[in-house]
Design a protein around this ligand. Structure first.
Ligand code: ADP
Length: 525
């Protein structure tokens, strides 16, 4: 069973009852009291004494009448006169106890003062829970009745809670099994029945081990009973682990996320343990499929990169040949053939030069992944200096003004960081407006990333093209207007992604563009 660190605390019986209480409860049923006495005056006096308690009171003048009442209604308590003609209180009590409905209904016998001790003893033997001696002390009557009514109301509540919890457990697809402090399984839901192929009838505690069997996550080894989650949770462990359940009849194997914890009362006393098993077979399969496609994607990306590299590298040689011979043709035959021939040769030379440039760019692009250097702490200011130095002639020719904030040390490939700055700066210089370009470079630490910006005062870009310009060979202008092959930004994107960063832009046509890129800052301590 593979382990994960436990989380959360134990569920105490108190927690669940509080959760229950805080969500409100269905209204308690009305508590009814049955008074049985053959003397109408006694019944009247008792009824009057109990009326202030506000419960429903039913009276019966004989044992037979009492039994009729009992058969159609649940009573919180029965006050039963012992001395009645035809059927006395004890006989009546015996018949009350015979009925399933009233088997547990508490009976308080009403005895006479001169009754012997035998009568009192008989009252208990005949299922009475208490007795009251006539003449009755009405305060005592009220107080005893109140105790039994409260008990009735409470046990009604507990019963209803049991139904609610049962329905709740049954509605879950997660298998839940709980045991008492001795390890005997006391509760389980339908999902457990399904997971473990349990019979419909309840499983006796001694036969649980035949059914309740979990396997290691790979499904090969059955866990020993002492290593089973329920036993470990009972021993006080908080468990979160992956295991496998194999239904014996169908052979269906499920990978389950098992959580287990002890159940304790508010004082920390051990009441038992609960284990839940959530079927994660589908999730696992999806994760595995995703991991496999990711590996496949990495592999095919690598292959594609290799292909681009090999193709662009190997194309260079024949292209050099075509290039030198078209140039030779141009030199040797210019003006010697007709005007059309001169033009055609010029087109061919131009085409070859362009193709060479494209292939070189493609090679540079392919090399970012394969020829990338080590990622080490780099002074981004030095990388920027290098880019500026490489572009110094263009900067001078354009009369450009470049400003910058303090630049940080970042984990990066030094050559690629310089290349990134150079491509962005070269675009900022190239896509300028009439007035001399103004370029500002900044760096700021946000959310564990160094956030760089390169802001220019150039022609700007329409937002619809924000994604497209990062795609290889995509350009927004013709060659005669702005030179280039459309590789610069795709190289920037590839560099940033190799550093696990992000690149994006903001721009407004005619108002300049700001290119943003963020790189993980690494350990800043
Ligand atoms: P290239 O510069 O060779 O065209 P890039 O990939 O660097 O290729 O840029 C792609 C396109 O994005 C450019 O053709 C241009 O239209 C637009 N672009 C890039 N940078 C800027 C910028 N700073 N200002 C305006 N447009 C830009």
């Amino acid at each position: 069973m593979s382990e994960r660190p436990p989380s959360g605390t134990g569920t105490t019986a108190d927690d669940s009852f509080q959760a229950w209480a805080s969500h409100g409860q269905p209204a308690d049923p009305v508590a009814s009291i049955l008074l049985v006495d053959d003397r109408p005056a006694n019944l009247l006096a008792l009824e009057a004494a109990l009326a202030p308690l506000g419960h429903r009171i039913v009276t019966a003048a004989s044992g037979e009448a009492a039994l009729r009442c009992i058969s159609s209604e649940d009573f919180a308590v029965v006050l039963l006169d012992v001395h009645m003609p035809i059927m006395d209180g004890f006989e009546t009590a015996a018949l009350i106890k015979e009925q399933k409905r009233s088997r547990h209904t508490p009976i308080i016998f009403l005895t006479a003062q001169d009754d012997s001790n035998d009568v009192v003893a008989n009252a208990y033997r005949n299922g009475g829970v208490d007795f009251l001696t006539k003449p009755l002390n009405l305060d005592a009557v009220r107080s005893k009745v109140t105790v039994f009514v409260d008990l009735f109301v409470l046990s009604g509540r507990v019963e209803r809670q049991r139904y609610f919890l049962q329905a709740l457990l049954e509605s879950l697809q997660t298998a839940i099994v709980a045991c008492d402090a001795d390890g005997n399984v006391t509760t389980y839901n339908g999902a457990v029945r399904e997971f473990f192929g349990l019979p419909k009838r309840p499983v006796p505690p001694e036969r649980w081990s035949e059914h309740y069997c979990l396997y290691e996550a790979d499904g090969t080894t059955a866990l020993a009973p002492s290593a089973a989650p329920l036993a470990r949770a009972l021993a006080g462990e908080h468990i979160q682990a992956i295991a496998m359940v194999i239904a014996p009849h169908t052979g269906r194997a499920r990978t389950v996320l098992v959580t287990g914890q002890p159940i304790t009362d508010a004082a920390g006393g051990k009441l038992g343990a609960v284990v839940s098993m959530h079927d994660i077979t589908a999730r696992r399969a999806a994760e595995q499929a995703a991991a496999e496609s990711f590996t496949e994607l990495l592999r095919s990306n690598k292959e594609l990169e290799q292909f681009a590299y090999v193709a662009s590298h190997d194309l260079q040689e024949p292209l050099r040949m075509v290039s030198s011979y078209t140039q030779l043709l141009a030199r040797r035959y210019k003006g010697k053939l007709d005007a059309d021939a001169d033009e055609f040769i010029a087109f061919a030379v131009d085409g070859v030069v362009r193709m060479q440039r494209l292939i070189n760019d493609l090679l540079a692009y392919a090399r970012i992944g394969s020829d990338g250097g080590e990622i080490t702490p780099v002074d981004s200011g030095a990388a920027l200096d290098k880019a500026i130095a490489n572009l110094s002639a263009v900067i001078r020719d354009n009369n450009a003004a470049i400003s910058r904030t303090v630049m940080p040390v970042v984990p990066a490939d030094p050559a690629q960081l310089a290349q990134l700055f150079q491509n962005l700066l070269s675009n900022a210089l190239k896509f300028r407006r009439e007035e001399p370009p103004k370029i500002a470079i900044s760096a700021e630490l946000t959310d564990a990333r160094w956030h760089f910006t390169v802001r220019d005062s150039g022609i700007g870009i329409e937002p619809t093209y924000f994604d497209r310009i990062f795609v290889i060979f995509q350009r927004l202008h013709t060659r005669d207007k702005y030179a280039g092959t459309g590789i610069g930004l795709s190289i920037c994107k590839k560099i940033v992604e190799r550093h696990r960063g992000a690149i994006w832009l903001e721009s407004e046509v005619g108002a300049g563009s700001t290119f943003h890129f963020a790189l993980p800052a690494g350990d800043q301590r």
